[in-house]
Design a protein around this ligand. Structure first.
Ligand SMILES: Cc1cc2nc3c(=O)[nH]c(=O)nc-3n(C[C@H](O)[C@H](O)[C@H](O)COP(=O)(O)OP(=O)(O)OC[C@H]3O[C@@H](n4cnc5c(N)ncnc54)[C@H](O)[C@@H]3O)c2cc1C
Length: 522
């Protein structure tokens, strides 16, 4: 792997090696840019992943302190874990599940579609589905998504058969085992899945797409990217011309270094990205970098979520096969007759026994709880994933009373459910129960949200520099050579799982950066 000097001022520095950062880095090196990628976590090769949930969690997760505040249930159940994100090369996508629906046209125009929603900061995106469609296609090809571009669907497992059968019986018409970003058959030099059920522990086989098996090795192979692991960015520095000119980062021993830079892109996911911008406050940017709008950290979204478990007389073995290869689309439309704006998906979910017992009824105990645990092999699961309303007061701030190992303030995530979220979740729980009862469930359990895997909105996209942090290409309004390359830029959250859209947006951003740089505008 190439090594760049730290005082080399011509490199682009990409912070974070998840889907956002690695997608950008690969496009830039393919266009001849020289890239230094800083990743806070270690490089763990796929063969070192451990097929044991607890060990894998410790191996891959961002465990530095965080706080959850607000009236959301999560702040009560898991006050120290607002989100579940990765700290490892490949990011959270080393243990994501892989459902990849696209956003819908009305969701990019949420304000126009839903009208004013009091108590929300709903807005339209400065990007349309039409503009993003070619990039969606490229992202699907990069991931090798099932059901797309001639690739076969994922075979159904028992958990899916329960979901699909129940969906059909309650009148739903649009459900399938994907699109799902795991190889059904060999693709892009990686094998088809063994469907052994291990996925959220990291996939040893490499069948599941993640940047660790795709973008990162490809970028390094060009000879133009250096990946620095255990390198946590703690400050983006500015030159006297107001442009980003470097990134200060801590190595695994806590020693600080500075990499000079011509372009900086932040892709730390929607909690660490605003945290870094806020930590980078400096003269002239006292409230944080790129924060003249005051929007950095605000409008945090994490989707309306919850789990419904159906218990049956016969065995289901939900944990066999791909854990999330199933999606029901019928409720994803905008239909205010249901009592809320926006829509939601019902997605298949399977959890290992440790997660099942932790999240089914947080703090659960006693005979009813244990009888549910005993019914584990006879249980099917579905996960609700719906559009939550952005609110300015739902936000990531720095908590100076909670310091990390480097002595830096930790992120505090404040979230209050919007009444629209509450109405949507209530509807989804009822539909989930109806679905499982329709195929003979003897008991249904409604489980609350887990620490958020989908984190969005904290560096909002808007063409209006007073209303957002970045423009339609993820370029910060305040610092022309500083970009945000992850779900922080989402103006609204839509109902779909976010990663395909993160990649599509970043592919479009990469084209923009290349054009701007070549024309001398950057
Ligand atoms: C269990 C689970 C299942 C999921 N399933 C799905 C799914 O089915 N479909 C879907 O669309 N999405 C899913 N997601 C969400 C998906 O994983 C994320 O949307 C995606 O990984 C976000 O990509 P990212 O690049 O923005 O951030 P990440 O993947 O989180 O990567 C960010 C990287 O940046 C690094 N970093 C952060 N701060 C710094 C810093 N200051 N310096 C250096 N490095 C830093 C982190 O260590 C991390 O490696 C799931 C998430 C979880 C937890």
């Amino acid at each position: 792997m190439i090594r760049y000097e730290r005082d080399d001022a011509d490199v682009a520095v990409v912070i974070g090696s998840g889907p956002g950062g690695s997608t950008l880095a690969l496009q830039l090196v393919r266009e001849g840019f020289r890239v230094v990628m800083l990743e806070a976590g270690p490089w763990i090769p796929n063969e070192d992943f451990v097929n044991d949930e607890r060990i894998a969690f410790d191996q891959l997760t961002w465990k530095d302190p965080r706080r959850a505040t607000g009236t959301w249930q999560l702040a009560k159940d898991f006050p120290g874990s607002p989100a579940w994100t990765g700290k490892v090369v490949g990011g959270t996508a080393t243990f994501w599940t892989g459902l990849t629906p696209r956003f819908k046209s009305h969701e990019f125009e949420a304000h126009r579609s839903y009208g004013e929603v009091p108590g929300s900061s709903i807005a339209d995106w400065p990007v349309t589905l039409e503009e993003l469609s070619p990039y969606y296609e490229r992202a699907e090809r990069a991931m090798g998504t099932s059901h797309r571009h001639g690739r076969p669907p994922m075979p159904a497992n028992n958990n899916y058969k329960v979901l699909a059968n129940g969906a059909q019986r309650i009148g739903y018409e649009h459900f399938a085992t994907g699109p799902y970003a795991t190889n059904v058959e060999e693709y892009d030099g990686r094998p088809g899945t063994l469907r052994d059920g291990f996925c959220q522990q990291g996939d040893k086989s490499t069948a599941k797409w993640s940047p660790l098996v795709s973008e990162i090795p490809k970028a390094i192979a060009t000879g133009l990217m250096e990946l620095r692991t255990n390198a946590q960015a703690v400050q983006i520095t500015l030159g006297s011309d107001g442009r980003a000119d470097g990134v200060v980062y801590a190595d695994e021993n806590g020693a600080l270094h500075r990499q000079r830079a011509a372009i900086v892109a932040v892709a730390g996911n929607a909690i660490e990205t605003p945290r870094l911008l806020l930590l980078s406050a400096t003269a002239g940017h006292e409230d944080g970098l790129a924060n003249s709008s005051g929007q950095v950290g605000r409008n945090y979204m994490r989707h309306v979520t919850g789990v419904v478990y159906g218990e049956f007389e016969n065995e289901v073995h939900m944990y066999r096969g791909e854990p999330m290869a199933g999606i029901v689309n019928d409720e994803s439309r905008h239909d205010p007759r249901r009592g809320f704006s926006g829509g939601y998906y019902l997605e298949m979910i399977a959890q290992g026994l440790p997660s099942f017992t932790t999240f089914m009824t947080p703090g659960g105990w006693g005979p009813e709880f244990t009888s549910k645990v005993e019914a584990y092999t006879r249980t099917a699961g579905l996960w609700i994933c719906g559009e939550d309303m952005p609110r300015e007061t739902n936000r990531v701030t720095l908590d100076g009373s909670l310091l990390d190992r480097l002595g830096l303030p930790s992120p505090s995530v404040h979230y209050d459910d919007h009444p629209n979220d509450v109405a949507m979740l209530d509807h989804a729980y009822r539909q989930g129960e109806k679905l499982f009862r329709a195929v003979g469930a003897t008991r249904v359990t409604k489980a609350p949200a887990m620490p958020s895997g989908h984190n969005m909105g904290t560096a909002r996209m808007s063409e209006d520099a007073a209303a957002g942090v970045v423009n339609g290409f993820g370029q910060t309004h305040d610092v022309p050579n500083l970009f945000v390359s992850d779900g922080s830029v989402f103006t609204t959250g839509a109902a779909a799982n976010p990663t395909l859209t993160i990649m599509a947006i970043v592919l479009r951003q990469a084209d923009y950066i290349v054009r701007q740089a070549r024309s001398g505008a950057l």
